[in-house]
Design a protein around this ligand. Structure first.
Ligand SMILES: Cc1cc2nc3c(=O)[nH]c(=O)nc-3n(C[C@H](O)[C@H](O)[C@H](O)COP(=O)(O)OP(=O)(O)OC[C@H]3O[C@@H](n4cnc5c(N)ncnc54)[C@H](O)[C@@H]3O)c2cc1C
Length: 502
């Protein structure tokens, strides 16, 4: 199916570039485009309510020439060598520059009394190189970027609007985007940037915001873009176990970075024999160890213990985590925190080159929706904000040099039956299938069963007239789920976050 619904081009607005998403990737791309370009930023969520705004731990920044090889090595090791080494090197080398950009744009990172930047360490990093703003780093970056973007005359925000499809011209070039919202029905622009984030909502439990149904990835796919590494979904090992919450609250890796210890329900630390970095091992290793402990003890969670750390330090270093746990009746200074793995981050996505270009001319992708190759089979903590910023800026530098002439667009006519489907039920079903068969530990049989079921859902939805955001999301989720499952089945064995047993 080419379009979810035929684009309505009457009343379309014209821009030089349209960016889908107002997270860190979308905002930084907009800010780096030349000021004489008219740029539209389309988004369902306001910037502070994005996954970017939720980032707690921080942003990994290479600490000078003697840290270059080490940051590259740590990234490759976490990614199991499945990374694109050139993309990794590019990201690490350009990291000091984006940190400078952020500070210039008004981001207040934590500093020591002498004014130098405070650095912390997270899982998989062999030295301290994480810049942070308490435990609300993402919110602080988004605040500064959005404030600056609002001051720019050339950047126009089209909020509370759902991007439905990337429009292509008859030669297959990106030519705009169709929309569902209170404003225009479409935007025509020769440069379309997908910065719509990840796919956490494909699972029953996730740290991600509600919108994370992989819309941009599905849109790019329908426009003809290649995807890659879709089997590599990162499950964060330490989300707060709170059966009452719809979105899982993350207990940042930085808590283990500061000395937190994982314990099983009997109180035994269990990361000792699992990996030389113990509690700070890469996330896939920790997630599998946690899932095995949960199974061994028939427990819905394990525990993160920080009670041996100074209470005053915990409250000032992790004020958000301290307050949120207290809401759940847990005082982290004296009680263990119940935690378990949940869907967190997609390493794969829309395949791009080093300039964020996809296989469709005029279509770019950055941030979590993109597969730049930096993360390989498993993302190193705090590298995703960095990846989003570095490649968003590269796209913005590249766009002015790319062809901008577009041919005519043909809108197909399609005959589909009215949709009387329980779409919420369809989405819940996809989430159940993915959680059961494509979670931390997978089996080939389970993946095949899941793929058969998802293909059945897609065949059914394809014949229906889809008109609401719910219908579009359900279809996108099914398409992206199929991509994850097919990629997982195509990989011969386990690698990084994709782990097959049986
Ligand atoms: C709880 C949490 C903590 C994290 N902590 C860290 C950390 O410490 N360090 C780190 O490096 N990374 C961290 N990450 C990961 C990181 O925050 C994200 O990968 C990154 O911010 C993604 O940025 P983005 O710009 O690609 O997408 P997002 O920030 O997810 O923004 C996506 C945007 O796309 C919009 N959108 C989506 N679909 C549509 C549609 N159909 N139409 C219109 N708009 C749409 C959304 O409204 C939103 O504006 C964390 C993630 C989470 C969830």
């Amino acid at each position: 199916m080419r379009y979810l619904t035929p684009p309505d081009l009457e009343g379309a607005l014209n821009f030089h570039a349209v960016i889908l998403g107002s997270g860190i990737g979308g905002l930084f791309c907009a800010l780096n485009l030349p000021r004489d370009m008219k740029v539209a930023v389309v988004s369902t969520a306001v910037p502070k309510d994005t996954n970017s705004g939720l980032a707690q731990g921080g942003i990994a920044i290479c600490q000078g020439p003697d840290d270059l090889e080490s940051h590259v090595e740590d990234t490759l090791r976490a990614g199991c060598g499945h990374n694109d080494p050139e993309a990794v090197r590019t990201m690490v080398m350009e990291s000091p520059q984006v940190a400078e950009d952020l500070i210039r744009l008004g981001v207040n990172f934590d500093r020591r009394p002498d004014g130098s930047l405070k650095l912390t360490r997270e899982g998989g990093h062999s030295r301290n190189r994480i810049l942070h703003a308490k435990d609300s780093t993402g919110a602080e970056i988004v605040r500064a970027l959005f404030a600056e973007a609002q001051r720019r005359d050339n950047i126009h925000f089209i909020m509370e609007t759902f991007a439905v499809d990337v429009i292509t011209d008859l030669d297959g070039n990106a030519a705009g985007v169709s929309l569902l919202g209170p404003g225009p029905s479409a935007i025509l622009a020769p440069h379309v940037v997908v910065a719509t984030g990840g796919i956490g909502r494909l699972y029953e439990s996730t740290t991600n915001m509600r919108y994370s149904s992989g819309d941009g990835i599905a849109m790019a796919m329908r426009a003809g873009a290649d995807l890659m590494d879709m089997e590599f979904v990162q499950f964060h090992p330490t989300a707060l176990h709170s059966p009452s919450s719809s979105r899982s609250f993350l207990i940042s890796e930085a808590v283990r970075g500061e000395g937190g210890i994982l314990r099983n329900p009997k109180g035994e630390p269990f990361m000792e024999g699992e990996h030389p970095l113990k509690d700070l091992a890469p996330r896939d290793v920790v997630a599998r160890a946690v899932v095995r402990q949960m199974a061994l003890h028939s427990s819905p969670c394990v525990y993160l213990d920080v009670t041996h750390l100074d209470g005053g330090f915990l409250k000032s270093r992790f004020p958000g985590i301290y307050a949120r746990c207290l809401e759940e009746g847990i005082d982290i200074t004296s009680q263990w925190i119940p935690v378990r793995p949940v869907a967190h981050y997609l390493m794969g996505g829309v395949l791009t080159d080093l300039w964020g270009r996809t296989s469709v001319p005029g279509l770019y992708a950055c941030g979590e929706a993109a597969r730049t190759g930096v993360h390989g089979a498993n993302r190193l903590a705090s590298n995703s904000l960095l990846e989003a910023l570095v490649f968003a800026k590269r796209i913005a530098r590249r766009i002015p040099e790319e062809p901008a002439d577009r041919g005519p667009v043909r809108v197909p006519r399609e005959d589909r039956s009215p949709c009387g489907e329980d779409l919420q039920g369809v989405m819940d079903r996809i989430r159940r299938i993915m959680t059961r068969h494509a979670f931390v530990i997978r089996t080939r049989r389970g993946l095949q069963e899941a793929l058969d079921q998802v293909e059945g859902i897609l065949r059914h939805l394809e014949g229906l007239e889809l008109r609401s955001t719910e219908a579009f999301e359900a279809f996108n989720m099914a398409q992206v789920a199929r991509a994850v499952l097919s990629a997982a089945l195509s990989r011969p064995g386990s690698l990084g976050s994709h782990w097959i047993e049986g």
